[in-house]
Design a protein around this ligand. Structure first.
Ligand SMILES: Nc1ncnc2c1ncn2[C@@H]1O[C@H](COP(=O)(O)OP(=O)(O)O)[C@@H](O)[C@H]1O
Ligand SMILES: [Mg+2]
Length: 256
């Protein structure tokens, strides 16, 4: 289980996260939505231990990683896959080595097993015969899918996806949504998915949360989000912005 309690993170006087609280139960797929720059990527990076929060705790299976030694943090990170918003591949390494990276550093598979797993993961994201290429040979969408293959290769219990379908065509976006569903169904992966792609969200989400002004302002089922009195949340999930720009007070933006 992932349990986030009172997480805060500021950069100088810019308060990005101001008391974030939520849980993700084992086997759940939780979607996080929110406007650009609201702090979604910072939140995911905090959960995987790439950023240390200023306050609060991040518990992964009851271990607070904000207090872990770097050795223990690394042990916990072995259970977690992270798909960066920008694919963040190693430019000098081949696609094969990029996908094999976690397998080499986190597991003790033989070279033959690594070859099989890399081919399998690349085919899961609909990529073939790209192993020998470099990231610079691929399109943005292809790089994104290599980033996904890299994150799932060592079969983590938890996968955090940062905008996995952004920049992909609708058919490929659907392939990725199905992949997220299959990882949950067959490998019981627990996921947090940051996305603006509401079509994908409707397909994959067990629950949806909205980040706004440093905190979670909605946490519930998608159906609830569609019917909520909070017009900002409703407009976001319906993908329609209309009317004048209203203030926090109009919406009753209370943090949970
Ligand atoms: N390393 C950093 N230093 C200063 N500000 C940052 C840093 N990283 C992110 N920010 C700021 O934090 C805010 C949230 O960023 P981010 O989590 O990337 O937003 P998004 O919700 O679009 O993923 C943004 O305003 C961004 O400019
Ligand atoms: Mg982001």
């Amino acid at each position: 289980m992932i349990k986030i309690e009172n997480v805060c993170k500021s950069f100088g006087d810019k308060h990005v996260l101001c008391g974030v609280n939520f849980e993700v139960r084992d086997g759940e797929t939780v979607v996080i939505i929110g406007s650009s720059g609201v702090g979604k990527s910072i939140l995911l990076k905090t959960i995987v231990g790439l950023i240390k929060p200023d306050c609060g705790s991040v518990k992964i299976d009851d271990i607070d990683i904000t207090k872990s030694s770097s050795f223990d943090l690394h042990e916990t990170q072995k259970k977690m896959g992270y798909v960066f918003q920008e694919a963040a591949l190693f430019d000098s390494l081949s696609i094969f080595e990029n996908v094999a990276f976690g397998l080499r550093t986190l597991t003790s598979h033989t070279e033959k097993e690594i070859e099989q797993k890399v081919a399998q993961c690349l085919s899961m994201v609909d990529l073939e015969k790209v192993e020998h290429l470099k990231p610079s040979d691929l399109s943005g969408g292809m790089k994104k899918r290599v980033g996904l293959a890299r994150a799932i290769a060592y079969q983590p219990h938890y996968i955090l996806y940062d905008e996995p379908t952004t920049g992909l065509d609708p058919i490929m976006a659907d392939v990725i949504s199905d992949l997220i569903i299959n990882l949950k169904e067959y490998l019981h992966v627990t996921s947090i998915v940051v996305t603006h792609d509401m079509k994908s969200a409707y397909k994959i989400a067990d629950r949806i949360m909205m980040l706004y002004n440093g905190g979670i302002i909605f946490n519930g089922a998608l159906e609830e989000a569609r019917n909520t009195k909070n017009e900002y949340v409703r407009q976001f999930v319906e993908g329609s912005g209309r009317g004048p720009i209203l203030t926090d007070r109009t919406f009753g933006m209370d943090k949970i």
